[in-house]
Design a protein around this ligand. Structure first.
Ligand code: SF4
Length: 337
């Protein structure tokens, strides 16, 4: 089991993420939910839920992991980033001060709910940053796996290699944000840094676990053609051109009031990323491009999407293109759509 904190003089140092918070007794870390209690840093949110919902797996977004199925999605509070454009700030930028103590489930109770849910492939740890919920997701995910459920982590990827290695053991699929391909963006706008996120992406990809990536495109901040070309080039070279990339449309939220991303920008960046990557999608909008899945080898349409509803077409029972045999989905079942 990973050691999550250690003694640092008369303080305790958190080993979970690269912030390395050094906390006095009773003090909370940057994430607002991990606290030095008796010389050990632990999450104060074990089992505390901010939201629980049976979502289409496409909403995570994961487009290449059991498409058409649901996943029971659970979130808590807090985050180890401070993005001023956060699209979920009501829960992510709050800590223990707003916890509703009535909304608590044990790992056993959450797994039981997941087992009963319709067309459900497992549990997604999402909505806020799940890494800071480490103890709860570990206990729940291990139990969920024993019951035949899959575990999905939707994360910002800002985590140290040791805890990440343990997370990879009990997680089946990841969607990780790559918020920008510029370190100064990370430092100025998120309070974190780029390099640890790149290391996380490489570790997840190297583990063979399912990986998809999301980049929220914000006008004037990370929407340049050069940056998109560099990002797509890096993903193709380091992780593989088959890794799906979701370009998500930004809307003004929290402390940032730049106007919503123009559709034209999303189309342009979609074209650039598609030169290097097999599966690029455009989300949070109904723009015509980047909704469907096209076989990268023979060019026929294999999945039609409209919002979160999907139609699987021109696919065999193993998730291969029925025209040329290319494997489109490694994790696939025909029955739900
Ligand atoms: S997980 Fe929280 S307490 Fe630990 S280093 Fe990161 S921000 Fe600090």
């Amino acid at each position: 089991m990973t050691v999550l904190s250690r003694k640092y003089g008369d303080k305790a140092e958190c080993l979970l993420c690269p912030h390395s918070c050094r906390l006095n007794e009773g003090q909370y870390g940057i994430c607002r939910v991990r606290k030095n209690t008796g010389g050990t840093i632990k999450s104060e949110t074990f089992g505390v839920l901010s939201a629980l919902s049976l979502d289409p797996v496409e909403k995570k977004p994961l487009y290449h992991y059991f498409p058409g199925y649901n996943v029971l999605s659970a979130g808590s509070y807090g985050c180890n980033m401070r993005c001023d454009f956060c699209q979920n700030s009501g829960i992510s930028q709050s800590g223990c001060e707003i916890i509703n103590s009535k909304n608590i489930l044990s790992p056993e109770e959450l797994v039981a709910r997941a087992t009963e849910a319709k067309d459900n492939i497992g549990i997604a740890y999402t909505y806020n940053e799940p890494v800071i919920w480490f103890e709860f997701i570990r206990d729940t995910a291990i139990l969920a796996k024993k019951r035949g459920l899959n575990n999905i982590l939707v994360s910002n990827g800002f985590v140290n290699p040791g805890p990440l290695a343990e997370i990879i053991e009990f997680t089946d699929a990841f969607n990780i944000d790559l918020k920008s391909f510029r370190d100064d963006f990370y430092r100025k706008l998120t309070g974190a840094s780029l390099e640890p996120v790149k290391k996380t992406l490489k570790a997840v990809s190297g583990s063979g676990r399912h990986l998809e990536i999301t980049t929220l495109i914000i006008p004037g901040l990370n929407d340049s053609e050069n940056e998109m070309a560099e990002e797509a080039d890096w993903i193709a070279g380091e992780l593989g051109r088959q890794v799906p990339l979701h370009l998500s449309r930004y809307f003004p939220m929290y402390r940032r009031d730049n106007p919503a991303t123009p559709e034209e920008t999303l189309k342009r960046l979609f074209e650039i990323a598609s030169e290097k990557l097999d599966y690029v999608y455009v989300g949070n909008t109904h723009t015509g491009v980047g909704q469907n899945t096209i076989c990268p080898d023979c060019g026929i349409k294999v999945t039609v999407r409209s919002g979160y509803s999907i139609q699987k077409i021109n696919l065999d029972r193993e998730g291969r293109c029925s025209k040329c045999g290319k494997v489109i989905y490694r994790y696939f079942s025909f029955s739900s759509s």
